[in-house]
Design a protein around this ligand. Structure first.
Ligand SMILES: Cc1cc2nc3c(=O)[nH]c(=O)nc-3n(C[C@H](O)[C@H](O)[C@H](O)COP(=O)(O)O)c2cc1C
Length: 218
């Protein structure tokens, strides 16, 4: 709900007379009492939730916590905007979709200010971070700064920034973008890729994590 500060719906309650119902007496229905609201800030946007906000917030929190049990790597997905300026963001929604042809996907929140650039770009580059690149992950998850300042990169085949020193990168031609709820899901056809043998950065239960190899099952 972006900047949603619309009129507050009133609670509807029938006001019953102590004298009991009678056909000649008026029944009052009043809508004056506003529903409870929760106002919170997310990414510098004020959100106002109405209805049963505590239950909604708890339900969302529980759902996100359940999703967070799925451990992922961390990527920075990059592209060039219409002016040729590099854009990008930290994303852990990356996954392989098909081996033949080579298709991968990732999802972008519709409220990202980079959404128009990714929708218009002819391709993008997925950069998988190493365990030493947590600072880079934090930087590209921050919408309010020049993300590329001091970052070493070169253009990929479609122009999208290929970050140097990453665990792997996948240069992709845009295959399709699907509107999916509050996200766009991007499918990319891999045209080039490279990788090095190095530990990736992990993300699980809302925190960064490192690889610890399991010993053989006894
Ligand atoms: C570990 C991690 C994973 C993230 N994964 C995604 C993701 O898959 N898709 C997404 O849209 N945002 C994701 N984000 C949030 C974006 O990186 C963040 O909202 C970023 O500021 C968006 O930048 P923009 O608004 O400049 O596009 C993730 C953030 C972190 C820290």
């Amino acid at each position: 709900m972006r900047n949603h500060t619309g009129p507050v719906e009133g609670g509807s309650r029938q006001h019953k007379s102590r004298l009991g119902p009678a056909p000649h007496r008026r029944r009052y229905v009043f809508n004056a009492r506003p529903k409870a609201q929760v106002i919170y800030m997310k990414k510098n946007i004020i959100h106002v939730m109405e209805g049963n906000p505590t239950a909604e917030v708890n339900a969302m929190h529980n759902y996100r916590r359940a999703l967070g049990q799925f451990a992922t790597g961390i990527t920075i997905v990059t592209a060039l905007d219409a002016q040729g300026k590099p854009v990008g963001l930290t994303a852990n929604s990356f996954t392989s979709v098909s081996l033949k042809p080579r298709l991968i996907s990732w999802s972008l929140g519709k409220e990202s200010k980079n959404a128009p650039a990714f929708l218009e770009a002819e391709g993008f580059c997925v950069n998988i971070l190493t365990s030493r690149q947590q600072v880079l992950s934090d930087r590209f998850a921050n919408g309010g700064i020049d993300k590329y300042e001091g970052v070493d990169w070169e253009p990929s085949t479609c122009g999208a920034p290929k970050l140097k020193g990453v665990a792997a990168n996948f240069e992709c031609r845009l295959h399709s973008a699907i509107e999916a709820g509050d996200h766009y899901m991007f499918l990319g056809e891999v045209v080039e890729y490279s990788s090095q043998i190095v530990d990736p950065l992990l993300f699980v239960a809302g925190s960064y994590a490192r690889v610890e190899r399991a010993s053989a099952a006894s």
